[in-house]
Design a protein around this ligand. Sequence first.
Ligand SMILES: Nc1ncnc2c1ncn2[C@@H]1O[C@H](COP(=O)(O)OP(=O)(O)OP(=O)(O)O)[C@@H](O)[C@H]1O
Ligand SMILES: [Mg+2]
Length: 271
Amino acid sequence: MTSAAVANPLLGVEHLSKAFSGVHAVDDFGFTVERGAIVGLIGPNGSGKSTTIDCITGFTAADLGTVMLDGVSLTGARAEQVAQAGMVRTFQNVRVYDRLSLIENVLIARQAYDNVSWWQILAASPACRTAEARARDRGRELIHLVGLAAMMEFPAAFLSYGQKKLLALAMTLMSDPKIVILDEPLAGVNPTVIRRVATLIRSLNDSGQTFIIVEHNVQFIMDHCSKVVVMEQGRKLAEGPPALIREDERVLHAYLGKADAVAMELAFHGR
Ligand SMILES: Nc1ncnc2c1ncn2[C@@H]1O[C@H](COP(=O)(O)OP(=O)(O)OP(=O)(O)O)[C@@H](O)[C@H]1O
Ligand SMILES: [Mg+2]
């Protein structure tokens, strides 16, 4: 990582705060994401990870704080504006359109980012038809990439939970985003799909895609992330490369007595 990349991060979040009826879900939290990084965001249940993601992607209004993406302020921006600026996310509870086919799902995902205006769509203008054909090709390519090509025209309802997570990942990629944020991509997913997700993230990252990954699978985070940010009770407990986080007694302590303690212990001392 060059000093320029560190001085000029792709994403910078500062002083982020969000309370729900007096509960400080996120409390003066900040972190940076460097270009081309895979940043892991971990922390015990209820530590504020999803609320952080909801706030920076405009799905929840933050009480305080600033968000800068690639030199552009996204502070207070709505979800569509954040997506158009190049930051897209998946949800902890996977969201796909069950009644629509896989290809229709990815095409819907892309509509939010298109520059084709309503009158061009109504008139089925050449610009619109070209955009449509291009999007369909890209959609097919992405469904192939996530390994679901055999089910291209099937309703998404036919997919397993893990396959829906793969489809959700393909949907984020339709807009050629600057940052993809995955909220618990591995939860409820079998080991085969976990391996597929790992391979996909690695190969996309090799081509320059930046990721933020929220996960309780600490081993996965330690193995694949260039930097790990640890939250506890809405605040930042630690931030650094996996090798340093692994040695940080405060982090292990934060997990003690929690359901994640065993995973954390394994990630710290299991090799
Ligand atoms: N919409 C809401 N209304 C009230 N409280 C909320 C809301 N969303 C989150 N919280 C509270 O904010 C805190 C942080 O929750 P959040 O979902 O961000 O944690 P998390 O780190 O993502 O947890 P998990 O690992 O279980 O997904 C928790 O105490 C939670 O109960
Ligand atoms: Mg969460």
